[in-house]
Ligand binder design. Sequence first.
Ligand code: NAG
Ligand code: NAG
Length: 385
Amino acid sequence: MFNLSFHLMQSVLPLVIHWFYSAEMSVKHAKPDFSPSQVSEIIKRLYNLTATEIRPLPSYDDQNFYVAPTEGGEFVLKIMNTEDSKNATIIELQTHAMSFLNQNGLPTQAVVPTTTGQLMSLEEVDCGYGCQKYLVRLFSHLPGVTISKVPLTPKLLYETGRTAARMDEVLQKMEHPHLSFLQRENFIWSLSNILLLEGYLGVLDGDPLQEVVKSVIHQYKNSVIPKRSNFRKCINHGDFNDLNVLVQPDDSHGYKISGILDFGDMNSGYYVNELAITIMYMMIEHPDPIEVAGPVLAGWESVFPLNEDEKDSLYVLVLSRFCQSLVLARYSVTLHPENEEYLMITSRKGVKILHQLWQLGKEHVEKVWFQRAAQFSERINGDIN
Ligand SMILES: *[C@@H]1O[C@H](CO)[C@@H](O)[C@H](O)[C@H]1NC(C)=O
Ligand SMILES: *[C@@H]1O[C@H](CO)[C@@H](O)[C@H](O)[C@H]1NC(C)=O
């Protein structure tokens, strides 16, 4: 059984709808359900724009609409769920991070102020279950498709690593009076909080995967935690996954990164956490997962070289992210058994990769990763020189 405090439950519930996850909110009615006519009214009243096209966009726990107005341009209206709408400071901090990254040359959405100059508005709306308060923001619409839809060439993987590292370097320079809100000590999705998974291991009772997860947590405890004091700190995006990265064609028949989405998981962490998360999600989409980390690492280190302790922890950190996703996916099945089939189909790939990495072992996997990274860096430097 789960031994979770109420506080922990509160922090978990809005988050169960993650990458592998069902689109259903576990908090009753927390997900907004605005109609196109409600959107049209808001767009007119807050932004003085006349929508000619309104189209729903996928979102897990919020509601997003593509909006094209007669006045020109393309926008995304983002309506936060009722839970997250309660803490405007955190949302303001996320918007601030997006703007700061944008000013520093990273492809994030620009926020559009209301006619009275507000970056967000708390709207009281009845979506069919009584009036509730929702924070709404309007953003520019970024071009491109999600990176999950295109072939992950080594060059694109290198670009992904480089972009993630540049993003963290910029975030580290960001100032804000409430940066301390990003500490998020009990945030279950922080890669610093792997030990919290121990409270959920019951979801794997009777499954051989439980032993692997236990061993990974054990390694995290014994080999990563003692080294953490030498990890360089930074603010993590925390969910650099294949649906949060947009790409568009470049000039040489490949793809370049055209967008970074979803800052809802931002938390104070370490550079190497972001790298491990990026590697993990790119592996999920790749036909030969072991080949992923080399080019991502080479791209990452072209911006931010790792120190020995960070390098030595990478294997366990990548495995830890697999465990986090798999365990929390199973947990979400216990909350929403009706979605089991869907959840299990989508998490099967993750289970397979975790087993593979575990069986090959740290030494072998690191050898492949680091050799490929070195080869790739040489190639890139060769191209430049
Ligand atoms: C709304 O936009 C129209 C032009 O499209 C402009 O004439 C009008 O003054 C604007 N109203 C406000 C409140 O900004
Ligand atoms: C918003 O979240 C932060 C960080 O968790 C917390 O310190 C603050 O009290 C919250 N504010 C409100 C109004 O809930």
